[in-house]
Structures are given as structure tokens and as C-alpha cells.
Design a protein around this ligand. Structure first.
Ligand code: IMP
Length: 188
């Protein structure tokens, strides 16, 4: 195991510090300002996609200068470090409450976009007034769908990341900083 304080071990993989808690805090405040400009006359409903976006959502809504509703939705598409390509909505979606509302979907990370693409189409069927996407992280080179991406915190390379809500096989979510898979411990 490494003695480098910037490096951590989760299961069989090593990760190194990538985006610090201070950098995240500053960027989330900026994103809150951006949203506040666009939603100052509105009371949108945030739909955080669980579990990964729980920490980001808690910080983002406190950085927004408008009142809002929340609807936490549980979805899954990942096993370990791989997207299964199959998306399931596990809990929380009450579509009848979305008709005529301004919806803001909150993601931790957009990788291939499979999860989000599926979810947007599901939400559209409930006839909201508008749909916007907020994601802390985006892997632009992995994206496979033409999705309107309104508010993005960081564009990052395709390496796997953990921390600040993001997990590797269940662990790493509670870390306050974001870590990236150490080069050399490559994904299979
Ligand atoms: P997508 O459907 O391929 O865009 O993947 C989106 C979901 O996969 C995210 O909401 C995460 O739960 C998970 N995911 C994608 N990339 C990563 C990563 O680098 N670390 C942890 N989870 C990830």
C-alpha cells in the first residue's frame, strides 16, 4: 500500500487526488450563481439521480438563491467500473408531480450518457415546462448521445473517479475530495 497521503486504496485499486474539496466548493458556488441567474423568478424541482449525486446536490441547492423542490430518484446502470448499458429506475419518481414544472436533473457524472438519455425521455412523457441538466462531471469523449448539457462543473478525461458521492463498488462515496484511478492500475 502507498504511503503517499494523496493516494488511497479502494478494494483492489489505487486512486490519486484529482479535484480537491476546496476546488469543488468554489466551482459549486459558481454553478449556484449560474442557476440563480436563470431561475430567479422560478421555483424549479431538482431531481437528483441517486446515489452518486447526494453530496453534490446538498452543496448545490445551498448555493442557489431561489427556493426549489426536491425529488430524489434512485437509478442504476453501473456494476464495478463498467456501465451495464441497462438502466433501471429503482425508486422515487412521481411523474404526476412534474407536469408544468421546471425540472433540473442533477447528476454526479455523465459518462456514456446512457443513464441520462433514458431518464430525460422518461421525464419528457410527464410534460414538464422545461428540463435542464446539471452535472458536476462530464467525460466528453465517452458521451454517446446528443444531450443538451446546460450546467457542467468539470470536463474530465475518461479515467474512473471516486469520492464526493461517486463510488467504486459501493465504497468511496463519503470521501470529501475526488480521486482518479492511478495510471498503471488500468481498467480491464
Ligand atoms: P453513464 O450512463 O455511462 O453516463 O454513467 C452514468 C453513471 O455511471 C453515473 O451516474 C455514475 O453512477 C456511474 N459512473 C460513470 N462514470 C463513473 C466514474 O468514473 N466513477 C464512478 N461512477 C461512475
Amino acid at each position: 500500500m502507498s504511503s503517499n497521503p494523496n493516494e488511497i486504496q479502494i478494494h483492489d485499486k489505487s486512486f490519486e487526488i484529482f479535484i480537491t474539496r476546496d476546488e469543488i466548493r468554489a466551482r459549486v458556488v459558481e454553478m449556484g450563481w449560474e442557476l440563480s441567474k436563470d431561475y430567479k423568478e422560478k421555483n424549479p424541482i431538482f431531481i437528483p439521480v441517486m446515489n452518486g449525486s447526494f453530496m453534490f446536490t446538498a452543496d448545490l441547492v445551498r448555493a442557489c438563491k431561489f427556493d426549489s423542490e426536491l425529488m430524489f430518484v434512485g437509478m442504476s446502470s453501473y456494476i464495478g467500473m463498467e456501465s451495464t448499458g441497462e438502466v433501471s429506475i429503482n425508486y422515487g419518481l412521481d411523474g404526476q408531480l412534474l407536469k408544468g414544472k421546471d425540472v433540473i436533473i442533477v447528476e454526479d457524472i455523465i459518462d456514456t450518457g446512457t443513464t441520462l438519455n433514458h431518464f430525460i425521455h422518461t421525464i419528457e412523457d410527464f410534460e414538464p415546462a422545461s428540463i435542464a441538466i446539471v452535472s458536476l462531471l462530464l467525460k466528453p469523449t465517452a458521451l454517446r448521445f446528443d444531450i443538451p448539457l446546460d450546467y457542467i462543473g468539470y470536463k474530465i478525461p475518461e479515467a474512473f473517479v471516486v469520492g464526493y458521492g461517486l463510488d467504486y463498488d459501493g465504497l468511496g462515496r463519503t470521501l470529501p475530495d475526488i480521486y482518479q484511478l492511478t495510471s498503471g492500475t488500468d481498467e480491464e
